[in-house]
Design a protein around this ligand. Structure first.
Ligand code: ASP
Length: 337
């Protein structure tokens, strides 16, 4: 199901971080998967590892990541493989192939990845390559750099064997052509047109990695880059503390270095939920904040395997795969007026 479609048709009334198991579309685990390893983590809390969480409603992606983790794969492989599922999904118009283009009709991708050592790689304004997250991983592992942009990123990807393809599908082209009729030259900001896939995983060893991939804001200005490929804004992982990833209006996330902030708040002792809430607070409590016009959402996990999610507006959700359950969890949110 398209995430936008889900958002428009959602008829949930109870909103809270623990209502996921009542939602439809939960994927039952196999008995093998249900044998997840249980790890006592102290503080009377017990997390069952491995676990994976992702922004929005992406059960196929979290299922893929869990498959990797259950097979003994590490968290880094899991988040890369999970994100690739959505990048290849042409029906998802916010990530990889089929992503909505900028105002000139060019699909430009941003992605990043970060491992348990704090290593990271990122690509910005990448064109014609579906699996931006894998290019980001190559940047991390096979170059002395953290970030490659535009044509340089594309040429690097081609040199690594990635294939060039046209990412503008008929459906996205049609949507862009409709948008061009009025072509309002400012980003359309609402709670439905930004669906970055951010994914965080803890493997059986208790190590954390994260990744983030997006086609960015629909009909953005040519050359615009959001938060998603910016380490600390769209994603941050600290294997001693936890990890966080963002979705929504990237400009607002960048201004508050959102994901780093969430992790630092967890370092100070906040739960993932409380940390996500405070990071949203930093945005909405700014003097003259126009938060009513845009959405931002965070998800986070700490080293204990506790998770949290929070957004400005209703209908943000997190997909969580843990304890044999792959479920969508509706996020609590700030703007209840
Ligand atoms: N955060 C992304 C950006 O600003 C958009 C999204 O979450 O869909 O590019």
């Amino acid at each position: 199901m398209k995430r936008r479609h889900f958002i428009k048709n959602a008829s949930l009334t109870g909103v809270g971080i623990a209502v996921g198991s009542t939602l439809t579309n939960c994927v039952e685990a196999t008995s093998e998967e249900a044998k997840a390893e249980s790890v006592a983590m102290g503080d009377n809390s017990e997390a069952t590892l491995p676990l994976v969480i992702a922004t929005w409603h992406v059960e196929a992606a979290t299922a893929k990541a869990m498959e990797v983790l259950q097979a003994g794969g590490n968290a880094l492989d899991a988040v890369e493989q999970g994100c690739r599922v959505e990048e290849a999904n042409e029906k998802g118009q916010s990530v990889g192939k089929g992503g909505l283009p900028d105002r000139d009709g060019n699909v430009t991708l941003d992605a990043c990845i970060m491992d348990k050592h704090g290593n990271c790689g990122s690509v910005v304004y990448l064109q014609n390559i579906t699996h931006a997250v894998s290019v980001a991983r190559k940047v991390m592992e096979d170059t002395p750099h953290v970030m490659l942009a535009g044509e340089g990123a594309k040429q690097f990807a081609l040199s690594q064997g990635f294939e060039a393809e046209d990412l503008l599908t008929d459906a996205s082209k049609e949507a862009w052509e409709k948008w061009k009729v009025e072509a309002k030259y400012k980003p359309i900001i609402n709670i439905e047109n930004h669906d970055t896939i951010g994914m965080l995983a803890i493997d059986k060893n208790g190590d954390i990695s994260g990744a983030c991939t997006t086609s960015g804001l629909a009909y953005k200005m040519g050359g615009r880059v959001g938060d998603s490929p910016i380490i600390g804004s769209g994603l941050f992982v600290d294997n001693e503390i936890g990890a966080a990833v963002a979705t929504g209006l990237g400009e607002e996330v960048v201004k508050t270095v959102g994901s780093f902030l969430v992790v630092e708040l967890m370092r100070q002792g906040k739960s993932p939920q409380a940390a996500c809430e405070e990071a949203i607070g930093r945005i909405v409590n700014k003097p003259n904040s126009n938060y009513k016009d845009f959405q931002v959402g965070y998800i986070a996990v700490n080293k204990k395997g506790e998770t949290g999610s929070y957004s400005i507006h209703q209908w943000f959700s997190m997909t969580k795969y843990q304890d044999g359950k792959n479920e969508q969890i509706q996020s609590d949110y700030f703007n209840k007026s």
